[in-house]
Design a protein around this ligand. Structure first.
Ligand code: SAH
Length: 242
């Protein structure tokens, strides 16, 4: 099996078509082929084709999606990328850790690697959809790489990880992991239940859901475990005094 078969690169609302082409080129040099474009501003476009150079096959096969949700359908591991250090941290990985995880988990299922907009990156709500956030270490006074450069760096680490798979992330689940969309339904169920139990105040939610997402993301839940948790939520709601 080709290592990149289960790996999709998702570009969210890219403004400049040239960057889409350059990202396709960066991907192809690193053996990645599956490009997903979420609401690109201009695509197809001559600038994209020009910058793709010999990677126009990756470009031609790109999947255009109407939403991030659609682009993540079926993914078992979702890793976002961000240049910004944030107040409430997501679990962060450096590109090497990120690549080791992707190579380990892509053997068993679909993995999505998500890149943000040129000007504003990914929103917090979009990062909430990710199990981990990968940050490329760089000059703290100027952290923001060009989109295609970021794809290149992570792609390079994937290539290196394939050549020498890290033993550290070789823990493999015997049961199937829950997919991104199944986990999303769980979070919705959890939130509704916490509101019903008056643990979560919808008018003042603070960071509760984000913290819970971070906790469950670290656990890499299986489909079975998600079903058990949802069963508990249903039981908790049924038992609630009216
Ligand atoms: N001002 C934006 C920069 C966006 S750069 C921000 O704060 O996020 C466009 C995209 O390239 C980012 O969304 C991210 O996917 C990727 N990127 C750029 N620099 C990066 C870095 N140092 N680490 C990880 N991803 C980076």
């Amino acid at each position: 099996m080709e290592f990149s078969q289960n790996i999709r690169v998702v570009l969210v609302e890219t403004t400049h078509p040239g960057n889409i082409g350059a990202a396709a080129r960066a991907m192809k040099t690193m053996g990645l082929r599956r490009l997903y474009l979420v609401q690109p501003k201009a695509y197809p476009h001559a600038d994209a084709s020009a910058r793709a150079a010999g990677a126009d096959d990756v470009l031609a096969q790109a999947t255009v999606c109407g939403s991030l949700h659609e682009a993540l359908r079926g993914a078992l591991l979702v890793i976002g990328t961000s240049a910004r250090p944030r107040a409430l941290e997501w679990t962060r990985l450096d590109p090497r850790e990120c690549a080791a995880r992707i190579i380990a988990e892509s053997a068993a299922g679909e993995v999505a690697l998500v890149f943000g907009r040129e000007r504003t990156g990914l929103t917090n709500a979009e990062l909430d959809r990710c199990h981990f956030v990968a940050a490329i270490p760089c000059n703290p006074a100027y952290r923001s790489l060009n989109l295609a450069s970021a794809v290149q760096v992570i792609g390079y680490e994937l290539m290196m990880a394939v050549r020498e798979p890290a033993a550290a992330v070789s823990e493999r689940m015997a049961e199937p992991l829950a997919s991104a969309d199944e986990v999303e339904l769980f979070y919705r169920h959890l939130e509704q239940t916490l509101i019903a139990l008056r643990f979560l105040d919808p008018d003042n939610p603070r960071h509760l859901m984000r913290r819970l997402r971070r906790l469950f993301s670290r656990a890499r839940m299986t489909r079975n475990e998600v079903n058990i948790l949802r069963g508990i939520l249903t039981a908790a709601q049924a038992d609630r005094p009216r």
